[in-house]
Design a protein around this ligand. Structure first.
Ligand code: NDP
Length: 339
């Protein structure tokens, strides 16, 4: 067993889109393990859009990552040393590992992954993103058969799960995705009824025309993943009493450019169309995670719910993979596998 731990740190706060120099690579001794804790050798960790927000020094729903701290992430790995009741050497566990080769997890914050499904699924289709989709759609989307749902970042882990659950509930599902390949993936793998390439349209009004064709009966649920041009395009297409679960606004995570003047128009539509607009953060809903696993894990095991992973090999390549994912370079759930 190596007695060294390698980790990716926040070297400085990004200005706009992150660049590789914003990250550091550090090696040091393995951390100590206290009672109630375990040392884990990380096998795979997750790269998620929310991590961009943690790089800023602003108060949000979670504390910012400090300069020099390990970048935050959920990961899965094998227990090397356990001083925690119920966890033994060799167990596969999920927890907040960070972008690192090793992590010390508290027993109270770790979940044993022993359901026979690949450990990577604990980070995507059966992890935080899949759970976000399942929770948000039920609680805030409130889908009804025959309605139309639109979602962008449709081939990512949140979008793919929302699309499949909505389709199974009898909705017309319309994907917004970046590029022809992702649009084909949305239709062919994730079962969307139609897919619109947001990169093919320079402005919101031309994108809106394409979406209007894809949504002949209007839009009942706009699952907000991205903000920006897509938001502006969709809101005027909403039907009365439509629902807008606000899950993410990735188009604005590295800053807002130029389109804030359109906000009043969007906001007014919220009023005139009497929309239900709910911001939500999945960390408030963790109590339902086991119910989610009970319902969805068998569907993943049987193939009824499908998923796609985009795996980068090597801790040192995590920053490039993260930067690429933020601008749509990923095909499926972004993961980093350690050698
Ligand atoms: P993805 O794996 O789908 O990756 C992000 C995708 O966003 C990119 O691949 C790209 O897809 C799309 N994107 C990036 N910039 C733009 C843009 N300017 N316009 C349109 N699309 C863009 O991410 P996830 O499935 O993990 O997450 C999706 C959203 O859900 C994010 O906003 C995330 O922050 C949010 N989220 C919120 C949670 C909560 O608790 N509220 C929990 C989990 C996720 P494409 O190439 O198709 O455009």
């Amino acid at each position: 067993m190596s007695d060294q731990m390698t980790r990716i740190t926040l070297a400085r706060r990004p200005e706009g889109t992150p660049v590789p120099e914003d990250f550091g690579l550090e090696t040091g001794p393995l951390p100590e393990v206290a009672d109630g804790e375990m040392l884990v050798a990380v096998e795979v960790f997750s790269l998620d859009p929310y991590m961009r927000g943690r790089m800023n020094a602003v108060k949000s729903y979670a504390a910012a990552t400090e300069i020099g701290d390990t970048m935050t992430a959920q990961g899965v790995g094998r227990v090397l040393v356990s001083k925690a009741e119920g966890f033994a050497e060799g167990d596969m566990v999920m927890g907040t590992t960070g972008w690192a080769s090793h992590a010390v997890l508290k027993a109270t914050e770790a979940l044993k992954w022993d359901n026979g499904l690949p450990p990577s699924t604990a980070l995507g289709v059966l992890g935080m993103p899949g759970f976000t989709a399942w929770t948000g759609l039920r609680e805030y989307g409130r889908p009804k058969a025959g309605e139309t749902l639109v979602i962008a970042a449709a081939t990512g882990p949140v979008g793919a799960m929302v699309g499949q659950l909505a389709k199974a509930a009898g909705l017309r599902t319309v994907a917004v995705a970046g590029g022809a390949d992702k649009c084909a993936l949305a239709r062919e793998k994730f079962g969307f009824d139609a897919a619109v390439d947001h990169r093919a349209y320079d402005d919101a009004s031309s994108l809106r025309k394409a979406l209007a064709e894809a949504c002949p009966d209007g839009v009942d649920i706009y699952w907000e993943n991205v903000g920006g041009k897509v938001l502006e395009a969709v809101i005027p297409l909403m039907n009365d009493h439509g629902r807008v679960p606000i899950c993410g606004t990735i188009a604005w995570y590295s800053g807002v450019d130029g389109d804030t003047d359109r906000l009043p128009m969007v906001w007014r539509s919220m009023l005139t169309k009497r929309l239900s607009v709910n911001g939500f953060i999945i960390f408030d809903h963790w109590g339902g995670y086991r119910d989610f696993l009970t319902e969805v894990a068998p569907k993943v095991a049987s193939g009824e719910i499908t998923y796609l992973e985009d795996v980068t090999e090597g801790l040192e390549n995590a920053p490039e993979a993260f930067i690429s994912m933020l601008s749509g370079g990923n095909m499926g759930k972004t993961l980093v596998r350690l050698a």
